[in-house]
Structures are given as structure tokens and as C-alpha cells.
Design a protein around this ligand. Structure first.
Ligand SMILES: Nc1ncnc2c1ncn2[C@@H]1O[C@H](COP(=O)(O)OP(=O)(O)OP(=O)(O)O)[C@@H](O)[C@H]1O
Length: 287
């Protein structure tokens, strides 16, 4: 992987809380998923990389630009599309007006070229038909697409998406995944999510964070493989399992250290994630 975004030793404290604790990551073209429990530091990492907040320590570069200098920071911002966790829409704006407003903030001063760009990004997220509608009248899924369109203005090389699939129904989520996959074809996308399914279906790399630290960085297959030999089925709940639940077939699926002779199951990414959070030694997969 040729890294397009590299961060090393990022640390940031809020009072006594280490939101980021010596975080080093490398991203390449395509979609990288960032998963971790509430308070893991995902949003903080995205905000640092989006130059919305500065780390106390550490450094990073985005497509060769170093935000440590004013000029470098400006270049990082020019190459960036950011979809924050709670996009601040003006509800009376139409979809077109909102994206146009973002395009103005992104220094697109030529009105004709800017409007062409606004139409392009709204088309890219399939919102052409409702571009004149007020945002308050759009569904949650459509609003998320307006926010994605705004992030895509100017064709940024680095797209930062903070939990973009939250609150979407399964069909909307599927459509949104399609759009993100398309967006990731020729650029670097970092996507924070609580859905291991988003990662399994969409991401070529995955980073697991907890307590401000990176616990795993590698491919989704590497993460699933961490649980090989640690997932088994049983007729009754196995008290030795770290986690276990009754499945639709009535048998239990257990994750942890199996008893001798257990009926081992093929691990999923979610199994690997659960075991990683459960204190498996921190590991960074090669590549
Ligand atoms: N502005 C802030 N002021 C004080 N503490 C903060 C601030 N932002 C984040 N924190 C704390 O930093 C830690 C990391 O928070 P962060 O929002 O980055 O986690 P997260 O992984 O994005 O969580 P979630 O999945 O719930 O969005 C948490 O303990 C949080 O309470």
C-alpha cells in the first residue's frame, strides 16, 4: 500500500481524558473503516486529520501536505472533504443552496463553474430530482446524501466521513455504502462507523481503536482471521466464553477460548473485533 495519509504519535488530552494516545496510522487509496466503542477516540482522530482541532503531540501529512505550517494547513483543507457526525444544516436551505454555500466556503468564487460543480455532486449522490427541496422536507437518508455531496465539492483527494450510516434504514444504508464505495475508487476515504457490517462490505482496510489507542490495523480478512479457532457453537450457553449468544438456529455462538473438542465455526470480522476489544495483544498487521 502506498500511503496517502500518514500520522505518527498523535496524542490529545481533554483534561485527564486521553482522547488520542500515541496514535500512528497509515491510509491508502480506497475506503478504510475506523471502528471502536463509544469514546474510543474515533471522532477526535477524524477531527485532527481534518484540521478541525490540533493534537497536543505528533504529526501527520495528507497527500504530501504537512498541516504544521499555515500554508500546509490550507493545502490540507483544500484537498479535504469532511462529513462531520452532526452536519449543521440550515433547514430552510434547499439541497442546492446548502451545497452551493459549502462550495463558496471552499473558495469556489466563479458562480457559473461553482453551480456546475454543485449540480455535479448532487447528481453523484442521486439527488438531482430534489435539489430544489428544502432540507427540512427531506428524509434522513436524503439529508445524509446532501452532506456527502457537500463533502465531495471540489473533488477532494481525502474524504473523512464520521458515522455517515447512523440512523439510516437497511436499504438507505446499502445505497449509501454504494456511494461511499464509488467515492473511494480514486481517493482516500476514512470512514468511522459502529457497524462491523459497513466495514465487512465496503472497506479494504480497517483500524480498531479503544481508549484512544489503535488496537489493530490491517485488512478486514486479517481482523476476522484473529478469531480463527476462537469461535464455536454449542447447544447450551458456554460459561467459559467471553461472549455468546443464541442464534436463529437455536444453538449458541461463542467467542473466546473453546473447550477441547468444540465445534469450531468460521470466524467473521465481528468475532475478530470482539476478541480484539477483549484484550488480545495489540497487533499491527503487515502491509
Ligand atoms: N470537546 C471535548 N471535551 C472534552 N472531552 C472530549 C471532547 N471531545 C471528546 N472528548 C472525550 O474524548 C474521548 C474520545 O471521544 P470521541 O468523541 O473521539 O470518541 P468516539 O470514538 O468518536 O465516540 P462515539 O463512538 O461515541 O462517537 C471521550 O472520552 C470523550 O468524552
Amino acid at each position: 500500500m502506498t500511503p496517502t495519509v500518514s500520522a505518527s504519535g498523535l496524542s490529545l488530552r481533554y483534561g485527564r481524558t486521553p482522547a488520542l494516545d500515541d496514535v500512528s496510522v497509515r491510509l491508502g487509496e480506497g475506503v478504510t473503516g475506523l471502528i471502536g466503542p463509544n469514546g474510543a477516540g474515533k471522532t477526535t482522530l477524524l477531527r485532527v486529520l481534518a484540521t478541525a482541532v490540533r493534537a497536543d503531540r505528533g504529526a501527520f501529512t495528507v497527500l504530501g501536505h504537512d498541516p504544521a505550517t499555515t500554508a500546509g494547513r490550507q493545502n490540507v483543507r483544500r484537498t479535504l472533504g469532511y462529513l462531520p457526525q452532526a452536519p449543521g444544516f440550515h433547514p430552510d436551505f434547499t439541497a442546492f443552496e446548502f451545497v452551493d454555500y459549502v462550495a463558496i466556503l471552499k473558495e469556489q468564487t466563479d458562480r457559473t463553474a461553482r453551480h456546475r460543480e454543485v449540480r455535479r455532486v448532487l447528481e453523484a449522490v442521486d439527488l438531482t430530482g430534489v435539489r430544489g427541496k428544502r432540507i427540512k422536507k427531506l428524509s434522513g437518508g436524503m439529508r445524509q446524501r446532501v452532506a456527502l455531496a457537500a463533502a465531495l465539492v471540489g473533488d477532494p483527494g481525502f474524504l473523512v466521513l464520521d458515522e455517515p450510516t447512523v440512523g439510516l434504514d437497511p436499504e438507505q444504508r446499502m445505497r449509501f455504502r454504494e456511494l461511499i464505495a464509488r467515492a473511494g475508487e480514486e481517493r482516500t476515504v476514512l470512514l468511522s462507523t459502529h457497524q462491523t457490517e459497513d466495514v465487512a462490505m465496503l472497506c479494504h482496510r480497517v483500524i480498531v481503536m479503544a481508549h484512544g489507542r489503535v488496537l489493530f490495523e490491517g485488512t478486514p480478512a486479517d481482523l476476522a482471521a484473529r478469531a480463527a479457532g476462537h469461535v464455536w457453537s454449542s447447544a447450551e450457553r458456554d460459561p467459559a466464553a467471553h461472549a455468546g449468544w443464541r442464534t436463529g438456529t437455536g444453538s449458541f455462538r461463542n467467542v473466546g477460548d473453546p473447550p477441547p473438542g468444540a465445534a469450531l465455526l468460521e470466524p467473521t470480522l465481528e468475532d475478530g473485533y470482539l476478541l480484539t476489544l477483549d484484550g488480545t495483544p495489540a497487533e499491527v498487521a503487515a502491509g
